[in-house]
Design a binder for this molecule. Structure first.
Ligand SMILES: Nc1ncnc2c1ncn2[C@@H]1O[C@H](COP(=O)(O)OP(=O)(O)OP(=O)(O)O)[C@@H](O)[C@H]1O
Ligand SMILES: [Mg+2]
Length: 400
């Protein structure tokens, strides 16, 4: 019989104490596949455990010493040989023994004397099955490997992304720090010449006012006003860079008490306005108390400033929960702002109102935003035109 092309390099172990049977089977099967022979149960166990293991075992039922049944049980007990199909060779017609053989894990019986046609037909069937099983196993193995490779690739990709994000963050932090210290030293260094300009202008005015004409005096006064304005701007810039450079000290902060104490001081500047202030009780926050004071000071002073022209100014400071976040808010019924320009609110020196209506530098909210960011939170502003404004902020999630 021709060996079919799809057969793998199959090997069969033939076990029989009678040489006539092993010789007959070796002769019959040899042209189809590799054949190994054992003449006792003990020898069979040794051959079955060899590497590579046989793909099929033809096992004599009746042998002196270890019987075929005992060999079969032992092979099935051992993980390495448990899956090898076993066909018993028997001259018995005993159903009970056959049942025992099947129960022990045997897959079939071949009767002696052996019929070559039956043996080769059986062999073809089993080799085809084994071939299919091996093909499936290889497929599963290949797919498993593919999945493992993809998984590994995804892991590497994620690691690479993490590394890049960390690198970019580090670069950004560095650039930010450089910018901060640049801003700090420029502002700091500008102060000395400015002090000289202001000081000498004042001296000039004091000493030479009588000799100067009215226009020259006005010019010097303008220099002084602009100098003072510039001093304020520099002071604000320094304050802004201090906010990000200063040490951060986290404590539990009683926001309600903080708002009340800041409001008391601000209210002194707005005595004629009579703002109606409502503060929610027991508002707590985790953060840097000194920095949070800067937040409250700026937000409250804005609320007071922009309600100054309202007939009945009202300001409310409270907190509520929004999508699992604790959101702190300050509302007023003042001038409000044009929401189209809301993205400018937190940009340094950007103002949405004219200085003659509402004075200011435009640095307060930029400072507030930096403080909030240092706390890991967010800040945003809303306005319904002249109905007033609401500013909301969060601090790091999961706190209080
Ligand atoms: N409560 C508010 N109502 C209406 N507009 C506001 C309010 N708060 C802030 N704004 C708008 O946002 C701009 C920026 O606010 P920010 O506090 O930064 O500056 P400022 O108050 O003008 O000056 P500074 O705070 O530096 O003295 C303000 O000029 C104003 O146009
Ligand atoms: Mg302000």
């Amino acid at each position: 019989m021709e060996k079919p092309a799809h057969y793998l390099e199959a090997s069969i172990l033939v076990v029989d104490d009678e040489r006539c049977y092993t010789d007959e089977l070796a002769g019959l099967l040899g042209p189809l596949c590799r054949v190994a022979v054992a003449h006792s149960g003990e020898q069979a166990l040794g051959r079955a455990a060899s590497d590579p293991s046989p793909n099929l075992i033809l096992l004599d039922w009746r042998m002196p010493g270890m019987s075929g049944l005992e060999v079969c049980r032992e092979l099935k007990r051992t993980p390495r040989t448990a899956l090898i199909p076993i066909i018993f060779l028997t001259d018995d017609q005993d159903w009970e023994s056959e049942n025992l053989g099947f129960a022990a894990g045997g897959v079939d019986y071949l009767r002696k004397p052996l019929s070559p046609a039956v043996v080769t037909a059986n062999l073809h069937n089993y080799l085809a099955l084994i071939n299919q099983r091996q093909g499936l196993e290889q497929l599963v193995e290949a797919r498993t490997q593919q999945i493992a490779d993809l998984h590994e690739e995804a892991l590497q990709h994620a690691k690479e992304l993490d590394r890049r994000v960390a690198q970019r963050t580090e670069q950004l932090e560095l650039v930010n720090k450089e910018l901060e210290s640049f801003c700090y030293s420029v502002s700091h260094d500008l102060r000395a010449p400015l002090r000289a300009i202001n000081g000498f202008s004042r001296a000039l005015l004091d000493q030479a006012q009588d000799q100067l004409d009215a226009q020259s005096v006005e010019y010097i006064q303008r220099i002084l006003t602009s100098g003072r304005r510039m001093e304020e701007l520099i002071q604000d810039l320094l304050e802004l860079s201090r906010v990000t450079r200063s040490h951060f000290n986290t404590t539990a902060v009683d926001l309600s008490a903080l708002v009340a104490s800041v409001a008391e001081r601000i209210a002194q500047d707005y005595q004629e306005t009579r703002v109606e202030l409502e503060i929610q009780a027991n508002m707590l926050a985790l953060g840097d108390a000194r920095l949070l004071r800067i937040v409250v000071e700026n937000l409250l002073s804005n609320a007071y400033k922009f309600t100054a022209h309202s007939p009945q100014p009202r300001v409310r400071f409270g907190c509520r929960e929004e999508r699992g976040d604790q959101v702190y808010f300050i509302q007023d019924n003042g001038a409000g702002f044009d929401e189209h320009y809301a993205d400018k609110l937190f940009v340094p020196f950007q103002r949405l109102h004219h200085p003659s209506d509402y004075p200011g530098t435009g640095i307060g909210l930029a400072t507030v935003q930096r403080v909030i960011r240092r706390h890991g939170g967010k800040i945003w502003g809303r306005s319904t035109g002249d109905q007033g404004a609401e500013f909301c902020f969060t601090l790091a999630p999961g706190r209080f």
